[in-house]
Design a protein around this ligand. Structure first.
Ligand code: AMP
Length: 186
């Protein structure tokens, strides 16, 4: 059983690594960004409410996100599989507090929060290359500010609890993947 939370700034490679590792472990990869983008493209109410925040690079309000994650973790694949990887959640301290309480309620415990550290210049050049809709210069800048102000404290939250595992996300993809292997040992 492995339950992992991937933390790090935009462009740190969390999504790529989460997707590779989730296949290797055969557990769901839960990306709140992917769920939101799907909602936007399907034009659901959630998507309509979330879109303007996403376009600006601001966080989507907690009242939308918390319900979404609670529903997702209640689905059968999370209960029955050997764990999950959360990618892009929690994004602020109140989401982290909520997640702790939710996991207690549903009798699950996360194993580690994994922090992907990457220097800012590298993040910016990776994001520009990726070229997603919210990867334009202005939105990238805002997402980095939002990360520093709201998401970086989440790293300390898990560090204080002795649950943080740090990796150098600036290295090559294969090397980063290898540095995650210790997490798979019991
Ligand atoms: P990501 O794919 O993780 O980079 O997320 C893309 C965008 O979706 C972010 O810039 C936010 O607007 C929104 N988003 C994703 N996850 C969250 C979250 N946990 N809380 C609030 N907003 C989120």
């Amino acid at each position: 059983m492995k339950r992992l939370i991937f933390l790090g700034p935009p462009g740190a490679g969390k999504g790529t690594q989460a997707s590779l590792l989730s296949e290797k472990m055969n557990v769901p990869h839960i990306s709140t960004g992917d769920i939101l983008r799907a909602a936007v493209s399907q034009g659901t109410t959630l998507g309509q409410q979330a879109q303007s925040y996403m376009d600006k690079g601001d966080l989507v309000p907690d009242e939308l996100i918390l319900e979404m994650i609670e529903e997702r973790l209640a689905q059968k694949d999370c209960e029955n599989s050997q764990g999950w990887i959360l990618d892009g959640f929690p994004r602020n301290l109140s989401q982290a507090e909520f997640l702790s309480q939710l996991l207690e309620k549903i009798n699950q415990v996360q194993d580690y929060a994994v922090n992907f550290k990457v220097e800012e210049n590298k993040l910016i050049s990776r994001l520009i290359k990726r070229g997603r809709k919210d990867d334009n210069e202005e939105t990238i800048k805002n997402r980095l500010v939002v990360y520093e102000q709201q998401t970086a404290p989440v790293t300390d939250f898990y560090r204080q609890r002795g649950e943080l595992f740090e990796v150098d996300g600036g290295l090559e993809l294969e090397i980063v993947s290898r540095s995650l292997e210790p997490l798979l040992i019991n």
